[in-house]
Design a protein around this ligand. Structure first.
Ligand code: GUN
Length: 288
């Protein structure tokens, strides 16, 4: 079997187009302009790339973009003061503090200082609780993007065996909650799971977010399964350049899977598209 390639780039472009339409209607009908504030502390190169890309795409859908770049040595008090200011700013509907923060800053404290209604990352403890109890929550962007691709690919997910590999707060845990919400039978596996290959072999749906280059091999995949690769690992490429690869060995996995996301061009573009969609949602909820 040769897997169908799930085109996250095209899917994300269609979501951004819908978001742009929604933004235009909010402006014309209600005089509203959704605004997204992104806070970057320090100079982590990968974070700088993401933040630049978020700012560019925010402007492309005609939303307001507010970027706050703070030095790595910023104190916790100063960062919390900025979050408070953004919480109180009526032009800001969504706030994203780029992670990871420098080690002297307590990310839990900072994230939980964000107004939950503006928490477009869905990382605030109240949004985590709302999602976990099946209530209306801000849903984390990466797992939301994965869920949208799975629904588009498979239709109803009800009763399917889903294995999530990776237990991070950003992807693995919320992904498991979303799949449970769609009535999958969910197994949360991780790097310490015993007989991981056998666990993955049970799955109709495999979502991998462990941050380990090409860890999941083709012979771990049940024939016809749908594979979502959240990994983004930089490895040495040709001519001294680096190239991006996932947590799944694409070549062997695509020989067995029914459908698979590529890296790059799979999950990555969906994350930012969902962030923009969450910001529109936050703006609509803030304005009744
Ligand atoms: N760092 C890596 N992914 C994310 C994300 O989705 N949100 C934030 N805030 N930081 C990240």
């Amino acid at each position: 079997m040769t897997a169908q390639i799930i085109d996250g780039k095209a899917f994300a472009a269609s979501i951004r187009e819908k978001v742009a339409g929604h933004v235009a209607r909010l402006r014309e009908d209600h005089g509203l302009k959704p605004g997204l504030a992104v806070v970057l502390v320090g100079e982590d190169p990968a974070s700088q790339v993401y933040v630049r890309s978020k700012g560019k795409m925010t402007l492309e859908v005609a939303m307001a973009s507010f970027e706050h770049r703070l030095p790595a040595e910023t104190s916790e008090a100063d960062l919390l003061a900025l979050v408070e200011t953004l919480n109180g700013d009526p032009e800001v509907h969504g706030i994203l503090v780029q992670l990871p923060l420098p080690p002297h800053l307590n990310s839990d404290l900072v994230i939980n200082a964000i107004d939950p209604a503006k928490d477009v990352d869905g990382f605030h403890i109240s949004n985590v609780g709302l999602l976990g109890t099946g209530q209306k929550a801000m849903v984390p962007c990466t797992p939301l993007g994965c869920l949208m691709m799975l629904r588009a690919q498979l239709g109803s997910l009800s009763g399917l065996e889903a294995v999530v590999v990776g237990r991070s707060n950003i992807v693995g845990k919320p992904m498991a909650m979303l799949l449970l919400g769609d009535s999958c039978t969910v197994t949360m596996a991780h790097s310490r799971t015993r007989d991981l290959a056998d666990v993955v072999r049970r799955a109709d749906i495999v979502v991998v977010a462990v941050g380990r280059t090409e860890m999941v091999r083709g012979d771990w995949i049940k024939a016809g399964a749908t594979v979502i690769d959240v990994g983004m690992n930089r490895v040495p490429g040709e001519g001294g350049k680096t190239r991006l690869v996932g947590d799944v060995d694409f070549e062997s996995a695509s020989a067995r899977a029914g459908a698979i996301t590529p890296v790059p061009g799979g999950v990555g573009p969906m994350t930012i598209a969902c962030l923009l969609a969450n910001t529109v949602t936050a703006c609509c909820r803030a304005n009744g």
